[in-house]
Design a binder for this molecule. Structure first.
Ligand SMILES: *Cc1c(COP(=O)(O)O)cnc(C)c1O
Length: 361
């Protein structure tokens, strides 16, 4: 007996991932910290980490100690960088395993200084230049550096900040780059190999800094640009797929799915084995969403259910049970699907559920 194939799967094109990293390196001309939080944006934390491990990056950006631990247990050699403030209960493990946190407050700084007494923690300083999610305010930088000078439990190895509107507001983002650069330039005696970083994907694609030597892209590594004009530079990595289980010939006026959306014509309706239980958002219902079947865009019919959706294939006479459907991928961008669902590509990608098999190409 062989195992049944999955009804819904996500194909992950690893050569596209590598190619997008190459673009990130070329375009920034800097070191790249690959951001792989959120299970590598739904692409599978370890598989993606293994590929980036071969690329000899300075850091892999993760959300918390749990994700860093998965890298450790998976034998990943690249240094985990914990994006964002740490919880007190995470700090002992971070210190013991020599992961790199970013210090976001005096409380964190003091705690890590104690924990690092015998074995100093290598840490970056996080500046809040507009994100409001943690980090020292510009006017606190001097005091933080003073404190660090007398904190032998911490070895400062970098400094960073984050961009809240790099894909929306270029005037603010330009002023943020200027502020960050001037703050960095005001720091006396920077150590060798000091990492200075500000850009996410949108920052890397659209802005220049005088001081940074590393970028922290996430989304663009997965082949999706936060800025439409740059999409053609990138190669989408994930394709979400499913299959037709049955085709029903339904008369005009018949209802389809929960809520009974009434058919406006006699309809050939194909059922696919995927729904919101796989992370295909229910909010795509009644939004003019399309699905690629046999190379043709076909309309979604009625509401998305937990395990199945219904697609209008009236104009696809050849369509049969077993045919493969693409929910998003290279020719149907997740960005457009996210827009219809009233959200962003980051959320769609990270919410593809564990039930969806990840198939690595
Ligand atoms: C998530 C995150 C990134 C990556 O953002 P993208 O927009 O996906 O490139 C970079 N830096 C920090 C601090 C983050 O939290």
């Amino acid at each position: 007996m062989t195992d049944s194939p999955p009804r819904a799967w996500a194909e992950i094109d690893l050569s596209a991932l590598r190619q997008n990293l190459r673009i990130a390196r070329e375009r920034s001309g800097q070191d790249v910290m690959a951001v792989i939080k959120g299970g590598a944006y739904g692409h599978g934390l370890l598989k993606v980490a293994q590929l980036f491990d071969e690329e000899k990056l300075p850091f892999l950006g993760v959300a918390n100690a749990g994700e860093a631990r998965k890298l450790f247990e998976g034998g990943i050699q690249t240094q985990p960088y914990i994006l964002g403030a740490t919880l007190p209960a995470e700090r002992e493990e971070i210190t013991a395993r020599r992961w790199t946190p970013c210090l976001c407050s005096f409380e964190e700084l003091e705690h890590f200084n104690q924990l690092g007494r015998t074995n100093p923690v290598r840490a970056h300083l996080s500046l809040d230049t507009g994100m409001g999610r943690g980090g020292f305010l510009p006017e606190q930088l001097g005091a933080a550096l003073d404190k660090l000078r007398s904190s032998s439990g911490i070895q400062l190895t970098g400094i960073g900040s984050h961009l809240p509107v790099a894909d929306e507001d270029s005037a603010f983002t330009k002023s943020q780059f200027e502020l960050f650069d001037s703050l960095v330039e005001s720091i006396p005696r920077q150590p060798d190999h000091f990492h200075i970083h500000l850009s996410n994907s949108a920052g890397l694609l659209n802005y220049q800094s005088r001081t940074t030597n590393m970028a922290r892209p996430g989304l663009l590594l997965y082949g999706i640009s936060p800025i439409k004009e740059h999409q053609s530079l990138l190669d989408p990595v994930m394709s979400l797929k499913s299959r037709v289980s049955v085709i029903n010939n339904l008369p005009k006026g018949h209802g389809v799915s929960y809520g009974r959306t009434l058919l406006k014509r006699d309809t050939k309706a194909a059922v696919l084995g995927l729904g919101y239980g796989d992370g295909y958002p229910r909010s795509l219902s009644a939004k003019g969403t399309q699905i690629l079947l046999n190379g043709t865009l076909c309309p979604l019919l009625g509401r998305v259910t937990m395990d199945q959706i219904i697609v209008d294939v009236t104009d696809l006479p050849q369509c049969q049970p077993g045919d493969e459907a693409i929910l998003f991928g290279k020719d149907l961008l997740v960005t457009g699907i996210a827009e219809k669902a009233g959200t962003i590509a980051w959320e769609i990608l990270t919410q593809i559920t564990p039930r969806v098999a990840r198939v690595y190409l």
